[in-house]
Every structure is written in structure tokens, then in C-alpha cells.
Design a binder for this molecule. Structure first.
Ligand SMILES: [Zn+2]
Length: 317
């Protein structure tokens, strides 16, 4: 599964060692991933590769905020960092990003034309597992720092520590950690059929698995049953865990589950979702191979597609 882990050596034991961090930052072998407003710098050819910069590169003069230590490269032990260069102003007007529909690609003048800042969701499935993990980690942390400058306890400005993996408040002493928000995403079946839904605002004809945030005080299983009942009025019996996916948009962990529906009658809550339907295995296969007009299933790189494909291939058990 995309973002499913690339065995990055995070070398977390080094994060608290300020002297070593200073040494690594100055080391000429160190390589830096630049992120601009959540978009990594990518070279787009047949596949997508992250572009790693030397510390002295002109683009990094625009870096602001903490330098996040991502880890050590496996074969060379070179340090990998993520820098946030969101203060750089590209030429031309930049509007608010429309999220996964963002097709704009920003170009820093020094680079070849195929090197640009790109929306991660548009290239995630073309990356190696290690680079996908690095991009997801860098993006999550950069966005966390941008949105969590002030202490939620006393409103004072906090300081990044632990090589970018923590913030502390000098006024009240609280420590703050990067957040990860659990989301359940469920492959709900009834006999030979799977339950799919679509959110408001999705591209026309696109359907995916139902999903929702786990609430405080709730188990994963309870969240699966509650979300399905709230969205489509279907009761779910047995629930099991299948796989997970970090989803750094901005800070989710998708927890992929399967659930057995106790009935098929759908009562769609149109405040929650736009539509829902049951598809048989054969119909789902047709949709995936493009033989059902106007019906598209979950995007490439999403855990929803991964779970659906494995269900269709009978590989879930
Ligand atoms: Zn505080």
C-alpha cells in the first residue's frame, strides 16, 4: 500500500542530541528535501523521484521554521532533513490549493523544467516505498509546525525541539507532539457485495469505501459500526483489522478494516455523504476495468483501492 512503509531508519535516538544535529546539518553529505506549502520537490519522468538538495542550495535561503531530521540513509548513513520553503514566492499568482485536485506545479528558476513542487497525491503511487515514506513524514511535520505555533494550553509561542519532532512551551512547560488522527476506512461486505459511497464534491461517478474519524473514547471496531450506521443506516456485525496507511493530508492514519453487514437496506444520510450503493464482485471488477460507464472506484495509491483490489482477488484472508 502507498505510504505503507519504506523501512526508513529514523534514528530517533539522535533527535535529542543538539551537537550531533548541528554536525549533521553542516555535513556536506547531508541531503535536504524542500517542501513548499505541503508540496515536495519532485522530478517527474516515467516515475516520480524526490529531489534532494545540498545544504548550500539557493532555494534553501527561503527556508523558515524548524529543520526536521527525517533519518539516516541506509547505505551511506547520510542524514536526511526536510526544510519548509513556503516563504518562497513563485512567479505569478498562487491561489488557495484545491487539495488533491491541485494540478499546478511550481518551478524554482535554478532547476530543469521537470523539477517542480507537486501535490503529493498526484505522484504518490509512482514513488518508491522509501521516498513515499520520506515525503509523507516531511509533509506531515512541516504542516504540523505551520499550524501549531502556539501553545494550546496558554497561547504562548512554542519552540521546536528534538530535531523538529516536538515543540515545548517555555511559559507553561507543556510538551507538544506531532499529531496523528486515526480514521477508520472499511470494506463492508454482504455476501458477494461490497458497500461503496461517495462524498459531496467528489468527481462525478467516483465511489470509494466509507470512512470516518475515530472519536475520543471509541474503539476502532465501534467507530466502524457507528460510521457505517450514521452514513448509510446499515448495521455491521463482525469487524476485523486489515492494513493501515499514513495519510499526511494533513495528519491521518487510515485504519483499514473489514466489516460484515447484517443487512443491505441503505438509508443514506445526505448530510454526511452524497450517495451509496452495493456492488457485486462482478460489477466491481467491471467498474475497475472501465466497463461500467460513469462509475469510477477509489483513486490509485489510496488504501481504499488497495483493499478493494485484494478483496476482488480473494486475498484478504
Ligand atoms: Zn504553554
Amino acid at each position: 500500500v502507498t505510504f505503507g512503509g519504506g523501512q526508513l531508519n529514523r534514528a530517533a535516538e539522535l533527535r535529542g542530541d543538539k551537537q550531533e544535529m548541528r554536525r549533521l546539518e553542516a555535513d556536506p553529505r547531508t541531503r535536504i528535501l524542500a517542501l513548499w506549502r505541503g508540496k515536495p520537490l519532485v522530478r517527474q519522468g516515467e516515475s516520480a523521484e524526490l529531489v534532494w538538495l545540498e545544504r548550500t542550495h539557493a532555494l534553501l535561503a527561503h527556508a523558515s521554521g524548524p529543520r526536521v531530521f527525517l533519518g539516516l540513509e541506509a547505505d551511506s548513513d547520510a542524514a536526511l532533513f526536510a526544510f519548509d520553503v513556503s516563504d518562497w514566492e513563485p512567479e505569478g499568482k498562487v491561489g488557495p490549493s484545491p487539495g488533491f485536485l491541485d494540478v499546478t506545479r511550481q518551478h524554482f528558476p535554478d532547476f530543469a523544467d521537470d523539477i517542480r513542487f507537486v501535490e503529493l497525491r498526484s505522484v504518490m503511487a509512482e514513488m518508491t516505498p522509501l521516498e513515499a515514506e520520506l515525503a509523507a513524514t516531511g509533509r506531515s511535520l512541516a504542516q504540523w509546525h505551520r499550524g501549531h505555533r502556539f501553545c494550546p494550553n496558554c497561547s504562548s509561542e512554542t519552540e521546536p525541539v528534538m530535531a523538529g519532532w516536538e515543540r515545548t512551551c517555555a511559559v507553561c512547560g507543556r510538551r507538544h507532539f506531532p499529531r496523528t488522527d486515526p480514521v477508520v476506512i472499511m470494506l463492508v461486505t454482504h455476501g458477494n457485495s461490497v458497500l461503496l459511497g461517495r462524498s459531496h464534491g467528489w468527481p462525478e461517478g467516483m465511489y470509494s469505501l466509507l470512512a470516518g474519524f475515530v472519536e475520543p473514547g471509541e474503539t476502532i471496531e465501534a467507530a466502524v459500526r457507528r460510521e457505517v450506521f450514521e452514513e448509510v443506516g446499515v448495521r455491521v456485525g463482525r469487524v476485523g483489522y486489515l492494513a493501515s496507511q499514513p495519510w499526511p493530508f494533513p495528519a491521518s492514519l487510515m485504519i483499514g478494516c473489514r466489516g460484515e453487514a447484517l443487512g443491505r437496506r441503505l438509508i443514506v444520510d445526505d448530510g454526511e455523504i452524497d450517495d451509496a450503493l452495493w456492488l457485486s464482485r462482478e460489477e466491481a471488477l467491471d467498474a475497475i476495468s472501465g466497463h461500467r460507464d460513469g462509475l469510477f472506484l477509489a483513486r490509485r495509491g489510496s488504501i481504499a483501492q488497495f483493499l478493494l483490489y485484494n478483496w476482488l482477488a480473494d486475498r484478504l484472508d
